[in-house]
Design a protein around this ligand. Structure first.
Ligand SMILES: Cc1cc2nc3c(=O)[nH]c(=O)nc-3n(C[C@H](O)[C@H](O)[C@H](O)COP(=O)(O)OP(=O)(O)OC[C@H]3O[C@@H](n4cnc5c(N)ncnc54)[C@H](O)[C@@H]3O)c2cc1C
Length: 340
């Protein structure tokens, strides 16, 4: 039987498989979708994620990111990254680069979903096949999380994300966050002639309607055709625990706050590393404490920004305040951008 099965061949599952192979663990990945896998995502790799991928030998093509820029109410605030550069990378490019690395490491990717999981104490049955451990990296709506009864009922307001691409030369090396009354629009340069735009909002409306809230951005795009819209949500997902016997949850499957601060992949990579460490030590229960420590800073900052931005008067002041206190703004961005 394999030491480890990884459910999910997204960036976090593939990273978990690579960390496991490096530790000498016999691992295989189950992913139902044929590659290259795409997803609604802002596609901004924070400097921490770029560094972690480089350490795994993965250097995906993309566009350099120099920092985060907030725009709103006629004001602009810049927070250059203090520790390394980020990178805007198409999800399909990232998936290809990671899949190549996984295959080069001799790891098998089985094109099949994980359907049933049963913890038998000494091993786990994954669709009736035994494995010593299962790492579930099966995304925001993780079927494994649900199957094991680890889903926590949603609370608070529901937010969604929509993403498109526009073929045009990027006009900035910054991830631009355009703040409007009912949504934020994220602009990420992902290639020399490609710009990604992701809108986060509580409203369920077509992309064009949401974009209309951002006249400055719409003007920039000059009525260029948008690619097909991809959506995701509700963004807030929670789990009651991150391990159940020999099953460990990582990435979005373990829980997600919001895409507002764009560190999902960086955090997921760090979780994948920690989960594999726990498997190597044969102490899966140790992962829970590390998971909490890794996510604390991100959860606090993202939740604080999310809660305050729900109060209209406060929301209107976010960009002016960031512009007036550039060092504080850059400090907060640095906390989110550096390795977890
Ligand atoms: C609008 C939006 C913008 C975002 N912007 C950014 C950003 O700019 N930067 C950033 O770092 N993060 C961003 N994120 C977050 C980021 O996309 C996620 O954190 C990241 O994709 C998590 O990776 P993952 O591997 O855990 O899950 P996923 O990428 O969702 O991969 C999960 C995989 O599991 C597979 N799967 C599903 N069910 C099963 C099953 N039963 N068995 C086996 N496999 C299964 C799926 O096919 C999928 O390939 C954004 C998210 C959204 C929604």
């Amino acid at each position: 039987m394999p030491d480890l099965v990884v459910a999910g061949g997204g960036p976090v599952g593939l990273a978990a498989a690579l960390y496991a192979a490096r530790a000498g663990i016999d691992v295989e990945v189950r992913e139902p979708r044929p590659g290259p896998v795409d997803k609604a995502c802002g596609e901004g790799l924070m400097p921490g994620a770029v560094a972690d991928l480089a350490a795994l030998g993965i250097d995906p093509a993309g566009h350099r990111l120099a920092g985060i820029r907030y725009l709103g109410g006629g004001r602009t605030a810049d927070a250059p990254f203090r520790h390394g550069e980020g990178r805007g990378v198409r999800r399909t490019t990232l998936h290809r680069a990671m899949t190549d690395a996984v295959r080069a490491a001799g790891i098998k990717i089985v094109e099949r979903a994980v359907g049933e999981v049963e913890d038998r104490g000494s091993h786990v049955l994954v669709d009736d096949e035994p494995a010593r451990y299962l790492i579930a990296a099966d995304g925001l709506h993780s079927p494994v999380r649900r199957m094991l009864g680890l889903d926590r009922p949603p609370e608070g307001r529901r937010r969604f994300g929509l993403r498109v691409h526009v073929e045009m030369q990027p006009w900035t090396p910054y991830v631009e966050v355009h703040w409007a009354e009912g949504s934020e629009a994220y602009v990420t340069p992902v290639a020399d002639e490609l710009v990604g735009i992701a809108v986060l909002t509580e409203r369920q409306a077509p992309f064009d309607q949401l974009l209309a809230e951002h006249p400055l951005l719409r003007e920039r795009l000059q009525r260029r055709p948008l690619s097909r819209t991809r959506g995701a949500g509700p963004l807030r997902q929670r789990s009651t625990a991150r391990t159940r016997g020999r099953v460990l949850l990582v990435g979005d499957a373990a829980g997600y706050v919001d895409a507002l601060t764009g560190e999902g992949i960086a955090l997921g990579l760090a979780q994948a590393r920690a989960a594999v460490d726990a498997v190597v030590m044969d102490r899966p229960e140790q992962y829970e404490a590390v998971y909490r420590r890794l996510g604390r800073r991100h959860e606090l900052l993202t939740q604080a920004l999310l809660s305050s931005s729900r109060v209209p008067a406060v929301r209107r002041r976010i960009v002016p305040l960031a512009a007036r206190l550039p060092r504080v703004f850059a400090g907060v961005v640095d906390q989110l951008a550096r390795p977890a």
